[in-house]
Design a protein around this ligand. Structure first.
Ligand code: 5GP
Length: 217
């Protein structure tokens, strides 16, 4: 058994966590998620599939699996997705295989998916899902970030702002809400959520035997 399959102090196996991070685009979610992964070698990124074209600097297989409409549809029909949804008129989905591989290796998986995906994943794995909604401190700041990112046209930015408002309306469907007003604090809060969730009793089935043995001492 690899060390990362073990619970606190190396005792017993732990159930993997499916950590969902949703937010409107431009909230700093990707940067936060990558920093959290840097700090936690047992946490892996779920690479989604999408039919949208790659943005500048994005790599196929790292940021997304970029698929044609036909390839995406074929995978839907083959039952290869955990969940899939349409966002901004493009299709996005979480493939089962890489997630199951990571969870079976005792890793926790972080998902950057929208509220629809969060709902579908929660239905499928209610015990393993932890949902975090990331809020920008203001909508003005969100728009500034999208403009600065320079990856989208003005029309796309306006439509993303409308979409952002619609996404934010789902905030109360999440277990935790983090406001990204200060990067280091938001990162600390995310790390605290992950740590506390990893320690939850139900994720440590070995505790039953441990306590039984303790009481028989
Ligand atoms: P973007 O095009 O900016 O990378 O992502 C647009 C939106 O799609 C974001 O809100 C993101 O969370 C969502 N998204 C990305 N991957 C998935 C996925 O696999 N499933 C679902 N449901 N949403 C996704």
């Amino acid at each position: 058994m690899s060390a990362d399959l073990r619970g606190p102090r190396g005792r017993g196996t732990r159930r993997g966590i499916m950590l969902i991070l949703s937010s409107p685009s431009g909230t700093g979610k990707t940067t936060l998620a990558h920093r959290l992964i840097d700090q936690n070698p047992d946490l892996v990124w779920s690479v989604s599939a999408t039919t949208r074209p790659p943005r500048k600097g994005e790599t196929d297989g790292e940021d997304y699996f970029f698929l044609s409409d036909a390839d995406f549809q074929a995978k839907v029909e083959a039952g290869e997705f955990f969940e899939h949804a349409e966002v901004f008129g493009r299709r996005y989905g979480t493939l089962k295989a890489p997630v199951e591989d990571a969870l079976s290796m005792g890793r926790d998986v972080i998902f950057d998916i929208d509220w629809q995906g969060a709902k579908l994943l929660t239905e499928q794995a209610p015990r393993d899902v932890v949902r975090v909604f990331l809020l920008p401190p203001s909508l003005k700041l969100l728009k500034d970030r999208l403009v600065r990112r320079g990856q989208d046209s003005e029309d796309v930015i306006n439509s993303r702002m409308n979409q952002a408002k619609a996404e934010i309306e789902h905030w109360s469907e999440y277990d935790y809400v983090v406001i990204n007003d200060e990067f280091s604090r938001a990162l600390e809060e995310l790390a605290a959520i992950l740590r506390a969730e990893r320690l939850k009793r139900m994720r440590h089935p070995w505790l039953t035997d441990f306590v039984e043995a303790l009481l028989e001492e």
